[in-house]
Design a protein around this ligand. Structure first.
Ligand SMILES: NC(=O)C1=CN([C@@H]2O[C@H](COP(=O)(O)OP(=O)(O)OC[C@H]3O[C@@H](n4cnc5c(N)ncnc54)[C@H](O)[C@@H]3O)[C@@H](O)[C@H]2O)C=CC1
Ligand SMILES: N[C@@H](CC=O)C(=O)O
Ligand code: NA
Length: 438
């Protein structure tokens, strides 16, 4: 083995790590535990020189005594003894944005796990990185430990991508699957997700579909050559999904997933994030716990399915290290796979791609009630594929009815859902969910 590839005598790659929470602590642990392995694979030692977090005195179950401490991440980002600034603080404004910007301007390469920052300010940061000749890497930002950024920017670079789809939020998948399999209440499974380190600092980003949409916007930029634009994703979270829906969907052979889809259409790139039904026996339907799955369809390669841990300390830190080792090796790829100025593919405002839909409603026990529902759907141009009426009526005399439609447009469904309460034969608001073809 030569001195270069043994990694022992070459100059070290010096890291400044800001943020010592779930991901930051995990990153420090890997660097400490795998020093020889990382040096051998990088061709040079990988060394932390300084760290920063909010509370210096906090017990983090990791020895930080060998590293300089900075109270301000922005000061850490521009230190002379830092080659790579590793941002693991989070948030799309304030310290994270300012420190990353300062680091790039100061000639540092940047590694981050911050999908919010990239989805909202990715274009500006990628342009800055290009202008400064620095790299901005973010494998951890999408689907945690799954090497999806690398797959998309490098391994699939020869493909025209047709569709990218997947479950990209560990918290939501954990909640949806544990509620069903464990028969557990929302509050309990939410707390379990917290213990596992899955939650964002603001968990409404998770359950509101926002975190997953940040990830979809990032993937779209790489896959389709569009600018990362979180504002262009049509978003709905899992807040309105009840255990009732999870069970009823299962009765019809489906599972509910918070599913992101990005695909090219004649109107431009459509990006949607919403709770959808997928066949229970499909790979997406089988996905349990905090696991993520990304399905990529390319013109030459066909369909690729990537599956793995999407959140938590070890898997996310593993992805951070993949970026660090690539930088140490001298790999220099534009943030979104091509120069940021070249990202230009137009985005559509709202999805128009037809799909089958699942509708659940509470139907009054009255003669002709079902006929009135069928007539509303018929008037909207929606044809019914399957239907199930539950015989047991509650004390208000209503019983659940489940309908699976043939393919129709989102506009037709909106129209029918708005018209159904006017029939006077249903109680409450009907629930509608898209059935995505997987
Ligand atoms: N937890 C996970 O499974 C994953 C998290 N991420 C992303 O990684 C980043 C970090 O996430 P976590 O480690 O889970 O968060 P965390 O809340 O556990 O840790 C955040 C760290 O940043 C520090 N911090 C907060 N404000 C600061 C400031 N003004 N200056 C310096 N340090 C500050 C905190 O003291 C803490 O050490 C976020 O962008 C998150 O979205 C990405 C993938 C998975
Ligand atoms: N909160 C996120 C963490 C990883 O990105 C999730 O639950 O997936
Ligand atoms: Na990843």
């Amino acid at each position: 083995m030569t001195a270069q590839n043994s990694g022992q005598t070459a100059s070290p790659l010096r890291l400044g790590i800001a943020g010592l929470g779930t991901v930051g602590t995990g990153t420090v642990k890997i660097i400490q535990n795998h020093a020889a392995l990382l040096a051998a694979r990088s061709g040079r030692p990988v060394a932390i020189t300084a760290v920063s977090a909010r509370d210096r005195m906090k017990n983090r179950d990791v020895d930080l005594s060998a590293y300089a401490w900075e109270d301000d991440a922005r000061a850490l980002a521009v230190r002379d003894d830092v080659d790579v600034f590793v941002e693991l603080v989070g948030g799309h404004e304030g310290v994270a944005r300012e420190a990353v910007t300062a680091a790039l301007r100061a000639g540092k390469d940047v590694v981050t796990a911050n999908k919010a920052l990239l989805a909202i300010h990715g274009q500006e940061l990628a342009e800055l990185a290009d202008a400064e000749g620095r790299v901005l890497r973010f494998e951890a930002a999408v689907a945690g430990g799954i090497p999806v950024i690398k797959a998309m920017t490098e391994s699939l670079a020869g493909n025209q991508i047709r569709r990218v789809m997947g479950v990209m939020n560990g918290t939501c998948n954990y909640i949806l699957t544990r509620m069903e399999s464990g028969g557990l209440p929302y509050e309990q499974v939410f707390e379990e997700a917290r213990q596992l380190g899955y939650l964002e600092a603001d968990p409404t980003l998770d359950v509101g579909g926002i975190d997953a949409s940040h990830k979809l916007a990032i993937l779209s930029a790489i896959a389709f050559g569009t600018r990362p634009a979180f504002g262009s994703v049509e978003i709905e979270g899992i807040e309105r999904i009840s255990i009732d829906d999870i069970r009823r969907a299962a009765d019809m052979g489906y599972r509910i997933k918070l599913l992101g889809v990005a695909q090219m259409t004649g109107r431009g790139l459509e990006q949607r994030m919403s709770p959808c039904l997928v066949p229970a026996d499909s790979p997406l339907g089988q996905l349990q716990g905090g696991t993520n799955m990304v399905v990529i369809e390319g013109d030459s390669v066909g369909q690729i399915v990537l599956r793995g841990a999407g959140a938590g300390e070890g898997p996310t830190a593993s992805a951070v290290l993949s970026d660090i080792v690539e930088i140490a090796r001298g790999v220099r790829i534009p943030a979104f796979g091509q120069p940021a100025q070249a990202l230009s593919v137009p985005q559509a405002a709202r999805t128009a791609v037809p799909a089958a839909y699942y509708i659940r409603l509470a139907l009054a026990d009255k003669p002709g009630a079902l006929a009135k529902v069928a007539s509303v759907l018929g008037e909207a141009g929606i044809s019914i594929d399957r239907m199930r009426q539950y015989g047991k009526h509650d004390e208000e005399g209503v019983a659940p009815v489940l309908i699976v439609t043939h393919k129709t447009t989102p506009e037709a469904i909106d129209h029918a859902i708005a018209a159904l309460p006017e029939t006077g034969v249903i109680a409450g608001a009907p629930v509608e969910l898209r059935i995505e073809e997987v």
